[in-house]
Write a protein that binds this ligand. Structure first.
Ligand code: ADP
Ligand code: TRP
Length: 321
């Protein structure tokens, strides 16, 4: 089984990214072959600043490694370091019905807001399909919002195979339910676009401040509360071990506590949770050459695999003489 996923370098990673995506990558890396990449070509559809894209890409690598992505287990690379993918993207593009892309949510949402989309955003799912098919991936761990794109990938691979023979492996999405929707500081889904994130490597002081500002309801302290459905409890339970969660749940049901106490407990448990990765991140950030070596090695391994699949695809459709 080959696992593959990509994550866009569009800013510092937040708790939602960790529980919704990154943690799955790390859990799956020892299962089998794993390929993980930093999707800088996709990020180019939104990040239009050279320095920023550069920094986000490097920071993404550092953060993934610090969080436990192990280059001895997984192939870690930067998307644009594998040009075979862009070539494969064109092959797939020639068989992509426009209607399929018109139904994709990123494009649809932008249109619905009256904004003009460019061809990059419109064809984004085709590049994503190429990303997946180039490595014969079987399983793609992603957040719920990406499932539609995996379906597009399967459609494109299926019709290519139908036309030209069995070239591509059809992948399956793997969605992690537990962290499927990590709430942000306002109780809505945590997302960079909503400005409600808490970053994984936020300075401890700043992190505590953000936690203390998490919105809560205004029920009186003495009133017993149901922990399920409370976003503060939801966040706490992502970090805390089961016995601490049971205790916290019991405290909710008893009532007579303030949300301030829960927030303090959340800040503490979150800080402890990321303490080791934070130390590793500082070490890596101080050794950029090591990070470049890891990415260079990852890109070389990824290219070998992608070149093999591209050759197969070109042969099948008559592009190689
Ligand atoms: P953002 O919404 O902050 O821009 P991305 O879209 O770059 O985040 O998400 C990267 C990955 O993290 C995706 O797989 C996405 O599903 C996951 N993810 C992002 N936010 C959350 C969240 N609040 N809960 C669970 N998963 C999330
Ligand atoms: N579109 C994905 C996201 O925004 C990132 C991505 C690009 C990806 N290519 C991929 C994820 C291939 C999985 C497989 O989260």
């Amino acid at each position: 089984m080959r696992v593959l996923s990509g994550i866009q370098p569009t800013g510092r990673f937040h708790w939602g990214n960790y529980f919704g995506a990154i943690r799955q990558y790390i859990d799956l890396q020892s299962a089998d072959e794993a390929y993980y990449f930093i999707a800088n070509l996709h990020a180019l559809t939104t990040v239009r600043d050279r320095e920023q894209l550069h920094r986000f890409t490097f920071d993404a690598a550092v953060e993934l490694l610090a969080l436990g992505l192990d280059p001895n287990h997984a192939v870690l690379f930067v998307q644009s370091d594998v040009p075979e993918v862009s070539e494969l993207c064109w092959l797939l593009m020639t068989g992509t019905p426009l209607g399929l892309l018109e139904r994709c949510h990123a494009y649809k949402e932008k249109k619905a807001r009256g904004l003009t989309a460019d061809a990059g955003l419109f064809t984004y799912p085709v590049l994503m399909a190429a990303d997946i098919l180039a490595y014969d991936a079987d399983v793609v761990p992603v957040g719920q919002d990406q499932v539609q794109h995996i379906e597009v990938c399967r459609d494109l691979a299926g019709s290519f195979n139908h036309q030209f023979g069995e070239v591509f492996t059809l992948p399956k999405a793997k969605v992690l339910e537990l962290g499927a929707k990590v709430p942000g500081t306002d109780g809505e889904k945590m997302s960079k676009s909503y400005g409600n994130t808490i970053e994984i490597f936020e300075a401890p002081q700043a992190m505590r401040k953000k936690v203390m500002r998490i919105t809560t309801d205004s029920r009186p302290m003495e009133e017993p509360k149901e922990p399920e459905g409370d976003h503060l409890y939801q966040l706490f339970s992502l970090f805390a071990p089961p016995d601490a969660c049971r205790e916290m749940a019991a405290m909710y049901r008893r009532g007579g506590f303030g949300y301030g106490e829960v927030k303090k407990a959340l800040a503490e448990v979150a800080e402890r949770f990321f303490a080791e990765p934070r130390a590793r991140r500082d070490e890596l950030a101080a050794n950029p050459q090591r990070v470049r070596e890891i990415l260079g090695d990852g890109a070389a391994r990824a290219r070998r695999k992608a070149a093999e699949v591209l050759r197969r695809a070109k042969d099948a459709c008559g592009l190689s003489l």
